[in-house]
Ligand binder design. Structure first.
Ligand code: AMP
Length: 398
């Protein structure tokens, strides 16, 4: 069965068509600047030329129609008709406490997702628009929602509650939810498979280090703690997000700089992280170049980023009373050698030692710890689209 995976943002829409049997990506692409002048689509089908076209996409529905057109294009496409799409899997950022697994997107479910909108105002409404657009054009194709928060719904109360008045949890569901769940689930499962063990018998710490970054403690196959919170702002220092800070900073800096809460929130989400710290870039390739050129702020940003990751790994080793494998994934985790070196340098007390030669790789599934390392250190590239496709198939087959 071919599964269409849709990851819909407010002005962009990424898609992949995956053959669930072979798990091959048959086609993929991105629609950008939806609803903005000069929108464009980039599309590539397996074994065919990549095309980029500037086409007006005033709405997401137009974008969905266009991507389907490209999938069925006699020259650049890969399928002949819509009948060849068995189901659509939608990535949904926030499922609140309502969704702990992939779910068929009925009208009731759509209403329930809408109720989660205020927990993820930048993401969920866009996800819903994507779903509605697909439903409009493919009314008879099953639509499945896969939630970034779902995998973390197994966290115990002591891990998800904040130290604030309990009534805010009762009234507004203010609690930690965690994100990147599809990735943490997929990577921890792959880790166990690579090591020839059952995930249910393991303690795994997954470091998903991308533009957004989070660490998760996976004990006996379930998430028991994760570094992101009610929103993706908590936890690690990220590309542009601050991660953990003293909450009092918000009022202090807001008063000094005459900034509103909304503006402070924007600064913590979009102008902080390694971008704000380095005054250089949110892209770790630029930070690496800065480090190589001796840029002091870039050096400090990278060291602070890695130090924070190492502290979370330590915390989660404590939370699980041990760890069998520490795994790096996502853009930075898979590619930035220096970050892995800097993080693992702090983990000697756990018996985790890096083999510098083995670490000299990018983006492949591999063990990078020394042979005598008690804890395995690994790189396992994430594949959120494939993980979503698998969830969709599992649900459809049920
Ligand atoms: P993600 O959010 O997983 O797509 O990761 C994006 C981040 O990964 C960006 O900060 C990139 O700088 C970083 N990244 C992606 N590819 C590479 C690469 N080849 N080398 C170093 N960093 C990379």
């Amino acid at each position: 069965m071919n599964i269409l995976i849709i990851n819909c943002g407010s002005s962009s829409l990424k898609y992949q068509l995956i053959d669930s049997k072979t798990e091959q990506v048959l086609a993929k692409g991105i629609c950008e600047r939806i609803g903005i002048p000069e929108s464009k689509i980039a599309h590539q089908s397996m074994g065919k030329e990549k095309i980029t076209e500037q086409i007006d996409m005033p709405t997401h529905t137009k974008a969905v129609a266009l991507l389907l057109e490209k999938l069925m294009d006699p020259t650049y496409g890969i399928i002949q008709s819509l009948d060849e799409i068995g189901a659509v899997g939608h990535r949904i950022v926030h499922g609140g406490e309502k969704f702990s697994q992939a779910t068929l997107l009925t009208d009731e479910v759509m209403d329930a997702i809408e109720e989660c909108n205020e927990l993820a105002p930048l993401h969920n409404p866009a996800n819903l628009i994507g779903i509605n657009s697909c439903k409009e054009i493919m009314p008879n194709v099953p639509m499945v929602g896969v939630f970034d928060t779902a995998f973390h719904q197994t966290m115990p109360k002591k891990a998800y509650l904040y130290g604030i008045p309990y009534e805010y949890y009762e009234k507004y569901k203010v609690r930690r939810y965690g994100f990147h769940g599809t990735s943490h689930d997929y990577v921890s499962q792959r880790t166990a498979e690579i090591l020839g063990k059952k995930r249910e018998d393991m303690k795994i710490i997954v470091c998903h280090l991308g533009n957004g970054a989070s660490v998760t403690a996976v004990k006996n196959g379930i998430s028991v703690d994760t570094s992101m919170g009610m929103t993706p702002l908590e936890g690690l220092i990220m590309g542009t997000r601050s991660g953990d800070i003293d909450p009092a900073i918000i009022q202090f800096v807001g008063d000094k700089e005459n900034l509103s809460l909304l503006e402070m929130n924007e600064i913590l989400n979009k102008q902080s992280g390694v971008y704000g710290m380095s005054k250089l870039s949110s892209d770790f390739r630029d930070i690496e170049d800065g480090v190589a050129a001796g840029n002091e702020l870039a050096i400090t940003a990278l060291e602070t980023f890695s130090y924070r990751v190492a502290k979370y790994v330590g915390a989660y080793a404590a939370a699980m009373n041990g760890v069998d494998a520490v795994v790096f994934t996502a853009g930075v985790g898979e590619n930035t050698e220096d970050v892995r070196v800097q993080v693992v340098e702090y983990l000697g007390y756990l018996g985790a030692y890096l083999d510098k030669e083995k670490n000299h790789v990018r983006g492949i599934e591999t063990i990078i710890s020394t042979d005598d390392s008690k804890v395995k250190v690994m790189i396992v590239p994430t594949n959120e689209e494939l993980a979503i496709a698998r969830e969709v198939v599992k649900l459809i087959q049920k």
